[in-house]
Write a protein that binds this ligand. Structure first.
Ligand code: ADP
Ligand code: MG
Length: 620
């Protein structure tokens, strides 16, 4: 029907955010003025939003930079790397639980719950907190309410349960998921590689806590994942740790501080700062303040030293690249493009080693932190109807099937099938008068069900009593464009039907999501006030710090009355910590700002005078 086509063509573009929901950092981008643009948090040159959540003792959770800062001052109340728990049960996540300061348990459906602030939080709800903050930042950057539709990226190896958990997190955050897209596919899109008629692309992604390498084949707009390899515990954090070890070896800090969470966090951040500086300079100072010692410990670190210390980690990433090539049955000469993703690929040594390994210069033109979000925004633009030129398809990363008698797997949807797709397979009964069949839905490439991942189990009842082998049961697997699965079983021979849909293991049921949504609406007002309160307190604290720092220098330039006014407002503002009323705290903040006004003017004056006298700013 041509008019429908026309309708689609003329429909206004539906703006769609691109969100990189990362393990350590998340980013958001939107297609504007003909290109994908990263939306940045206020006052930050880069778009990264730490995927960190801080649970203050008497205020709602805080996400992003404030939370990341509290990982140092309040490590017992901060959770990092929630992504590791998405779509996972306790048994899968044992190793990662150690880094979470909250007790964990599991629901009936094997969904993890963390206990914080006296309530239980699933990874989906925690990710939703991050997504809400991401949306808030997007709105602030745009100066208006950001679109609620979003493309969200996930690692290529994410299975059904992990993708479903990501989609549920988005729903809980009030977002409509336009599409779940693989991170390496998004990175390729950011570089416009889908325009290649045919090609093989390696996406090397070294982030904060994880390493992934994907080999993609592009053909007519379809991205097929030929192979993925990686290590979910290899990344920038390990490189920081290499410098932390150097500090322990040389500073003489006692081994007892290895157990001091706050000290360790501070040291880790110092190590990270030093590491990052070494990406653009040949040396950088690592300094730490050792508790109970008066002098801080300082040490110049040369770039070559860092390179030497991180070489074993870089080597491991290259070994994994070799494995992926082997799985894809490719030689390095057959690779057309190499794309670098992840903050850690800023390290010159990493770039050099990757270039040497693949024998070609990798793409580094775009900011490696931002490429995934940018690619997601490109995909959002396409899906929102912004262009019809690009038809993009992903594929399912792992085969989907059913366990058959004897524990083998009958694969129904093969790995690398372009999605959306569906496939149907026929089954029958094994015993006379059998009226039910148990199905075990699995995902994986292995031959035995016990070696694959369980996605769910269900029972088809109501099969009419028939001799063995006479019942005709068809099982349909339908994968939607996000790679999410619905399984339906039906008994055909009798006309009596029984249909059931799989409830994923490690996943939330629809009623659960509904309940969580209702809860979050119910607390919305309260939460809003509470977080406003926390923000105001943080603001007041930083104003007070600034005052303390600058007041002595310009005291002489201010009259007595102004000084008294400032002192009084400061004293009042210091009581903010103890006040629970948002309005009252807001007044304290405003009063402080007003009182400090003449001081700001005096500071400006002295800066201007200094400039006239040819003095440097730092000498004022
Ligand atoms: P993820 O995708 O895992 O959330 P990112 O891709 O944002 O993480 O990478 C974060 C990591 O990149 C951190 O370990 C950070 O220290 C590191 N990083 C960021 N910038 C630089 C830089 N200029 N040099 C070295 N490492 C960097
Ligand atoms: Mg990433």
């Amino acid at each position: 029907m041509p008019f429908i086509e026309l309708d689609v063509l003329n429909a206004p573009e539906r703006p769609t955010l691109g969100i990189d929901l990362g393990t350590t950092y998340s980013l958001v981008a939107l297609w504007r003025e003909g290109r994908p643009q990263v939306l940045r948090p206020a006052g930050r040159p880069d778009g990264r939003i730490p995927s960190a959540i801080w649970f203050p003792s008497s205020a709602p959770p805080q996400v992003g930079w404030p939370a990341r800062d509290h990982a140092v001052t309040d490590p017992g109340a901060t959770i990092l790397s929630v992504k590791r728990f998405m779509g996972r049960g306790l048994a899968d996540a044992r190793a990662d639980l150690a880094s979470v300061p909250f007790p964990a348990r599991e629901t009936e459906n094997h969904v993890i719950q963390f206990e914080a602030q006296g309530r239980a939080w699933t990874p989906q709800e925690l990710s939703a907190l991050i997504l809400k903050e991401v949306w808030r930042i997007a709105s602030a950057a745009l100066g208006e309410e950001a679109p609620r539709r979003a493309v969200i990226t996930v690692p290529a190896y994410f299975d059904e349960a992990q993708r479903a958990a990501t989609r549920d997190a988005a729903r809980l955050a009030g977002l409509e998921v336009a599409r779940i897209v693989n991170e390496p596919t998004a990175a390729s899109l950011a570089y416009g590689l889908e325009q290649k008629k045919q090609g093989t692309v390696v996406v090397y992604d070294l982030g904060g806590g994880t390493f992934d390498v994907s080999i993609l084949a592009i053909e007519g707009g379809v991205f097929r994942v030929l192979a993925t390899a990686g290590d979910t515990h290899l990344g920038g954090d390990d490189l920081d740790r290499a410098l932390v070890e150097l500090a322990f070896e040389e500073s003489g800090v006692g081994a007892e501080f290895r157990a001091d969470a706050a000290f360790l966090q501070g040291l880790r951040l110092a190590a990270e700062r030093c590491k990052i500086e070494l990406s653009s300079r040949s040396e950088s100072e690592l300094h730490i303040s050792v508790p109970e010692q008066r002098l801080p410990w300082r040490r110049m670190v040369r770039r070559e030293e860092l390179e030497q210390r991180i070489q074993p980690f870089v080597q491991r990433t290259l070994d994994l690249c070799r494995r992926a090539l082997h799985d894809a049955r490719l030689q390095t000469e057959q690779i057309d493009e190499v794309v670098l993703v992840g903050g850690s690929t800023r390290i010159p040594h990493v770039r050099a080693e990757v270039a040497r390994f693949f024998g070609r210069k990798p793409h580094t033109e775009l900011n490696p932190d931002e490429v995934v979000a940018m690619g997601a925004a490109v995909q959002g633009h396409v899906l929102g109807g912004g262009t019809r030129e690009l038809l993009l398809l992903d594929v399912t990363p792992l085969a989907l099937g059913l366990e058959t008698l004897g524990g083998a797997v009958s694969k129904i949807v093969l790995r690398n099938s372009p999605i959306p797709c569906q496939a149907t397979e026929g089954f029958t009964t094994h015993a006379d008068n059998q009226t039910g069949i148990d199905f075990h839905v699995v995902q994986g490439e292995r031959e035995l069900a016990k070696d694959c991942r369980t996605l769910g189990r269900f029972k088809l009842r109501g099969i009419p009593p028939l001799p063995a082998g006479m019942a005709r049961v068809s099982v349909r697997f339908a994968l939607d464009a996000d790679g999410l699965l619905a399984v339906t079983a039906r008994e055909e021979s009798s006309g009596a039907q029984a249909t059931i849909e799989v409830q994923p293991m490690n996943g939330l049921s629809d009623p659960e999501v509904e309940r969580m949504l209702k809860e979050s609406y119910a607390h919305a007002r309260e939460d809003f006030d509470q977080s406003r309160l926390v923000n105001l307190r943080v603001e007041i604290a930083s104003m007070l710090r600034a005052l303390e720092k600058s007041l002595p220098g310009v005291r002489g330039a201010l009259d007595r009355e102004t000084l008294l006014d400032i002192e009084e407002a400061s004293a009042h503002a210091r009581t903010a910590e103890r006040l629970g009323d948002v309005q009252a705290v807001q007044r304290l903040r405003d009063e402080l700002e007003r009182a400090a006004m003449p001081l700001a003017a005096a500071l400006m004056d002295s800066v201007a005078k200094a400039a006239l006298q040819g003095k440097k700013l730092s000498e004022v």
